[in-house]
Design a protein around this ligand. Sequence first.
Ligand SMILES: Nc1ncnc2c1ncn2[C@@H]1O[C@H](COP(=O)(O)OP(=O)(O)OP(=O)(O)O)[C@@H](O)[C@H]1O
Ligand SMILES: [Mg+2]
Length: 360
Amino acid sequence: MPFGLVSAWKKRRRSKSHDQIDPWTYKPVEYWQLEDQNPSTKRHHGSSVFTLREMEEATCAFTEDNFLGKGGFGRVYRGILRSGEVVAIKKMELPTCKEAEGEREFRVEVDILSRLSHPNLVSLIGYCADGKRRFLVYEFMHNGNLQDNLNGIREAKMDWPSRLKVALGAARGLAYLHSSSAVGIPIVHRDFKSTNILLSANFEAKISDFGLAKLMPEGQEMYATTRVLGTFGYFDPEYTSTGKLTLQSDVYAFGVVLLELLTGRRAVDLNQGPTDQNLVLQVRHILNDRKKLHKVIDPEMSRSLYTMESIAMFANLASRCVRIESSERPSMADCVTELQLIFCTNSKGLGMAMHTFRMV
Ligand SMILES: Nc1ncnc2c1ncn2[C@@H]1O[C@H](COP(=O)(O)OP(=O)(O)OP(=O)(O)O)[C@@H](O)[C@H]1O
Ligand SMILES: [Mg+2]
């Protein structure tokens, strides 16, 4: 599919695949059935199994007051568990024809996320599977998703040091997934985007939504598929044109998020004219042009909190992440190193101590 066409669309597109037969990701169905209704039962690396009743109690029967947001899988509600813990509960709500896809995503999410532990990945607290109903229970992230903080409902716009901190946190999360240290096998997230970066009370970034993730066993540098999964605006052009998924597909999506952080614009903005809808196509040609770079900087950012040097370094990194040839993109480990340097450059340029922004 040509890149221009892909990027003109906003919503995720899914179709049939060979994924069902992949033994790495999908467990036998018996594994997911609830034979033990004890709410305190711990399974599978610490994920709790909840009953439907507990889900209803936690959210006051899914009242609108607890509604947090809606995505392709269903609605998300704030909830309080019997233990007093505040959580986010994602309720699967799909038309019958999409239930099988939803079930697949549910299983991958539980299977992968309950094996992972990293400060920049959202924690899965547990799940509920009751008949055909499915719920995922996550740690609650007080500041919602990154996109809403950049150009959505939230009033206070993030300053440059906070954006650098988010970029670095997200880079660390992805680098962890791509390394073998997570589950012994590199993992491609495949749906990395600004709504899947959640922010804690002190604006630490945590990556969420692993339902489309793919394990890449040793020696398998790419995975060929007939269906292209992910979200429009973030698709690696090489993946969309060849169907070959690599770790570098996440690097492309990461580059798009860097551009959102820099410009405060959306990855795809259907309110713009046909040639200006795609952020990468809109700004790519000026990212390495210091004279024109000021045109793309988010005007909502406080001028006193960024140096042009750090902006130029950041724009250069973003431009390399979104290169069409995946082999020319940096690795996520390189991105972490560069972003640390960019953060230091900005702090030094402004004469600020690193700890001002609670960096780790
Ligand atoms: N753990 C959480 N804590 C707080 N809010 C959350 C949490 N998880 C999700 N949300 C909120 O719920 C919204 C919907 O999330 P969801 O992941 O279902 O959709 P999405 O990421 O926006 O879109 P898509 O389904 O296309 O990936 C998010 O944008 C976020 O604001
Ligand atoms: Mg999401």
